[in-house]
Write a protein that binds this ligand. Structure first.
Ligand SMILES: *Cc1c(COP(=O)(O)O)cnc(C)c1O
Length: 438
């Protein structure tokens, strides 16, 4: 099983190389070059299978280089928390992806990645540097996932003043092998600088760099697991519509990948905040990346969604094909707050702002787009809940007029002191900093 570049001008490589390279040498993103079929038996007996069993079966064909035992251990230690499917109302379910250590779905990717990287790292007498841009949740998940892993250093770039208070503390208080660079710019600026670092030959001759953003295929592989796990928790023969709160579209792309492995799905809903580049593309067929806008669902403030490249590839560059699998909608901050309040009042369920956007998209789909996918009218909706509401207390508390209880694993970092290094929004400054400090 080899991975190819979306741009088509790079040598197909095995998983290890794809994961450690991050970006393909031609500037494209790695994607499986073929789709192994999982046995019919796997899909027809999916009900009741647990997350780890599913994880093992889904990732095994992609990772030839590691033996069975190592892959089992990666899954067992990395995916060591649940992703329960909770019924919200008739026909809608919430898939809670926030039961990991940093309370966001990014834990799936980061924990899997940290363990595969440490299995792959050969002692070259040189540290591997994980360079990642974060809009909030990636940073904390990566910091946690790689914390204290020998031979690996983590360098996080985050946009100053544009992540929530708790997110900032989570990503600046890890210490040890983790450094947070506070960039005077937006998330897109951080992402641009990181991408530039990976394609800078002179830098890569001197440092062993790797990425932890969703440009890295190693993050998307474990994200396929929970789509299938949702299915295992639904009644048999139900093909759901998955509704995904999206920014960089790694999460949604992982769903499309699971579908290529044979997972039954009636369709996907791409739900965004005001950063609506992909819903617009689905409507017009024209892709216009632009500056990101700041919203209360800040982890989705992405104006140049990098996984569009993979989506485009998966649908052969044909937006009509993409439309047949994905429906999109975007929502304002005002609507988001209304949804948080409504869901709390009507169902006694508290959603974080990102999840609330997916809820809004389901409601709008039911009103305006029923039948868009050729599903049986009874297709259930699975809303992917990407973060725990306590991470966004500053947004939620004024909306519901109540305090949001903070789980213990989150309150621990609140007692620590922020430690970051300010950085100009300029690639040459980043490069210099990296060369001086690693
Ligand atoms: C990262 C993140 C998203 C967006 O996920 P993508 O894979 O970038 O589309 C949504 N919600 C939360 C809480 C996140 O942390």
């Amino acid at each position: 099983m080899r991975f190819v570049s979306t741009k088509g001008n790079a040598k197909p490589v095995l998983f290890k190389q794809a994961a450690l390279n991050g970006l393909a040498p031609d500037g494209g993103l790695y994607i499986p070059g073929e789709w192994p079929t999982l046995s019919n038996d796997f899909w027809s007996n999916i009900q009741g299978k647990n997350l780890q069993e599913i994880g093992y079966s889904m990732c095994r064909p992609f990772i030839e280089e590691l033996n069975e035992e190592v892959v089992h251990t990666i899954i067992k230690d990395g995916i060591n928390f649940d992703a329960p499917l909770v019924a919200l109302n008739e026909n809608s379910y919430v898939l809670e992806l926030f039961h990991g250590p940093t309370l966001a779905f990014k834990d799936f990717g980061a924990r899997f990645m940290a363990r595969t990287f440490s299995a792959f790292r050969e002692d070259k007498g040189q540290d591997l540097i994980i360079l990642a841009a974060t809009s909030g949740d990636t940073g904390s998940a990566v910091a946690q996932g790689f914390l204290g892993v020998e031979g690996i250093k983590v360098c996080l770039l985050y946009p100053s003043g544009k992540v929530s208070h708790i997110q900032e503390l989570q990503l600046t208080t890890a210490g040890q092998n983790v450094t947070a660079l506070e960039v005077d710019g937006t998330f897109d600026d951080c992402q641009r600088m990181v991408k530039q670092a990976f394609s800078d030959d002179s830098l890569n001759e001197q440092l062993l760099l790797s990425s932890a953003n969703s440009i890295n295929i190693a993050r998307l592989i474990p994200q396929m697991f929970y789509y299938t796990y949702a299915l295992s928790q639904l009644a048999a023969d139900k093909e759901p519509i998955f509704c995904v709160p999206s920014g960089n579209f790694g999460n949604l792309t992982a769903g499309l990948m699971a579908e290529r492995l044979g997972m039954p799905a009636a369709g996907f809903v791409a739900a965004t905040n005001a950063n609506d580049v992909i819903p617009e593309y689905l409507q017009t067929g024209s892709f216009n990346p632009r500056e990101s806008k700041q919203t209360i669902s800040n982890a989705m403030d992405v104006g140049r969604p990098s996984n569009f490249e993979r989506m485009h590839y998966l649908f052969d560059g044909d937006y009509k094909k993409m439309r047949s699998s994905i429906w999109g909608a975007d929502f304002s901050d005002r609507k988001t707050k209304e949804a948080i309040k409504k869901v709390y009042e009507d169902y006694g369920y508290l959603m974080d702002p990102h999840t609330a956007i997916a809820f809004l998209a389901v409601e709008q789909y039911k009103k305006q787009a029923q039948g868009y996918f050729e599903e049986a009218p009874s297709a259930p909706f699975v809303i992917l809940s990407t973060a725990h509401p306590a991470k966004f207390g500053d947004v939620i508390e004024p909306v519901i007029n109540e305090e949001v209880e903070i789980p213990e694993r989150l309150s621990r970092c609140l007692e620590k002191k922020k430690k970051s290094i300010g950085l100009e929004n300029d690639y040459t400054v980043l490069k210099e900093w990296l060369l001086q400090n690693y």
